[in-house]
Design a protein around this ligand. Structure first.
Ligand SMILES: *[C@@H]1O[C@H](CO)[C@@H](O)[C@H](O)[C@H]1NC(C)=O
Ligand SMILES: *[C@@H]1O[C@H](CO)[C@@H](O)[C@H](O)[C@H]1NC(C)=O
Ligand SMILES: *[C@@H]1O[C@H](CO)[C@@H](O)[C@H](O)[C@H]1NC(C)=O
Length: 365
């Protein structure tokens, strides 16, 4: 269209008008609504008749369990009934915790759809009724949380809505076996994965803070910030003058700066249990004892999940896979640590020390 007008600049005003008019119409033939109008009134008038595409979701936030399914609702409709049947393009994208880029989840036109990346084979459109664009997700993974955008495009109209996906879970602080503040961002990410968990998001840490998490060491979050949750202000944690809350150091250098980490674990298939045994064992003996029981030595994320979701309560310290010794208390009592429920830690004792052990076994074994 611009070329057309440039070419005709030297022509008279009338010629300019006519030539642009005749060339403009075919250049927008990708939008058939306009063609309908062109045909309807023979005067070749072009105007924007807005059929007003609308998109919304009946649920701004969906909560689900790891390994389960979730349906993220989304529907679209037209405020003015379109004169011909229309085929909208639907696109779902994932906006993970800040600092990571957006990813395509699924694109659909009519009954054809395609899923991408880590979502391939795990997502589909529901399409239960006209305009239903709900996303059905299966085999949910810990790191699927975040915001999902449902975008509907029809010709020049483009509308979208956001649905938040949260997993039911628990955020917990994790320190490297070598001590305090030993992990950069990548190390933190790896440490969480090794404990059957993932880097916590701010929302997940905030939830654990609301549930009483009070922790004075700063840790990485999924968005590359470093924060710590304080429910009881005290001198070594910023002093009494500061209000309770989740305190932030802001974004830190992902490679150069070292902190602890907040990991996130969700409900697990299978169970975590304290191995009943007449003797205490060192770390290698503990690993073997779990194997002999048809299980594996439990990971920290699994112990937290069992404490949070299965109410695991045991006042005996036990080895875990990372070489730490911990025990889960749901019903606080005398001689079992502080008055709040929680997973107590003895840190990382020497591996020849003798303790009990927590094992993890998949169902049906
Ligand atoms: C999830 O959906 C799949 C198929 O749609 C079904 O086979 C499976 O049982 C569902 N899982 C849960 C936990 O509901
Ligand atoms: C999410 O977790 C799964 C399995 O734990 C892993 O294979 C995948 O790469 C992770 N995805 C991202 C984006 O980190
Ligand atoms: C644990 O004890 C066994 C002997 O029962 C020994 O062979 C092994 O080296 C010990 N492991 C550690 C980490 O001390």
């Amino acid at each position: 269209m611009r070329i057309c007008c440039l070419q005709t600049l030297l022509l008279s005003a009338v010629q300019l008008f006519l030539s642009c008019r005749t060339l403009v119409a075919p250049s927008i033939q990708n939008n058939f609504l306009y063609q309908d109008i062109l045909r309807a009134n023979g005067k070749k008038e072009i105007y924007f008749s807005d059929v007003r595409l609308q998109v919304d979701s009946s649920q701004p936030s969906v909560s689900a369990a790891r390994g389960g399914n979730a349906t993220l609702p989304c529907r679209f409709w037209y405020e003015l009934k379109p004169s011909s049947s229309r085929e909208a393009r639907i696109k779902w994208s994932w906006l993970p915790a800040a600092g990571r880029h957006e990813e395509d989840v699924l694109v659909a036109i009519g009954s054809h759809s395609r899923s991408f990346g880590v979502f391939r084979g795990r997502v589909e459109l529901r399409q239960n009724f006209p305009g239903d664009a709900a996303l059905v997700m299966t085999e949910l993974q810990l790191n699927d949380t975040g915001r999902y955008r449902c975008e509907v495009v029809d010709g020049l109209e483009d509308k979208s809505t956001i649905v938040q996906l949260e997993l039911q879970g628990v955020a917990f602080p994790y320190q490297h076996p070598y001590g305090r503040y030993k992990m950069n961002f990548l190390g933190a990410q790896r440490a969480c994965e090794e404990q059957d968990s993932t880097l916590a998001t701010f929302t997940q840490l905030l939830q654990s803070w609301k549930e009483g998490l009070n922790w004075c060491n700063a840790g990485w979050l999924a968005d590359g910030t470093v924060q710590y949750p304080i429910t009881q202000p005290r001198v070594p944690c910023g002093g009494h003058g500061l209000a309770p809350g989740v305190r932030s150091y802001g974004r830190r250098h992902l490679n150069l700066h070292h902190y602890d980490v907040f990991c996130f674990s969700s409900s697990i298939r299978g169970k975590v249990y304290y191995l009943e045994s007449s003797r205490k064992m060192n770390l290698t003996e503990s690993q073997q004892a779990c194997q002999e029981d048809g299980a594996e030595i439990a990971k920290v994320g699994q112990l937290y999940a069992a404490w949070k979701f299965a109410g695991l309560d045991r006042c005996d310290a036990g080895w875990l896979a990372d070489g730490s010794v911990r025990y889960p208390i749901s019903r606080p009592r005398e001689n079992c640590g502080p008055p709040e429920p929680g997973v107590r830690s003895f840190g990382f004792p020497l591996r020849q020390h003798k303790h009990g052990v927590y094992c993890y076994k998949l169902d049906g074994k």
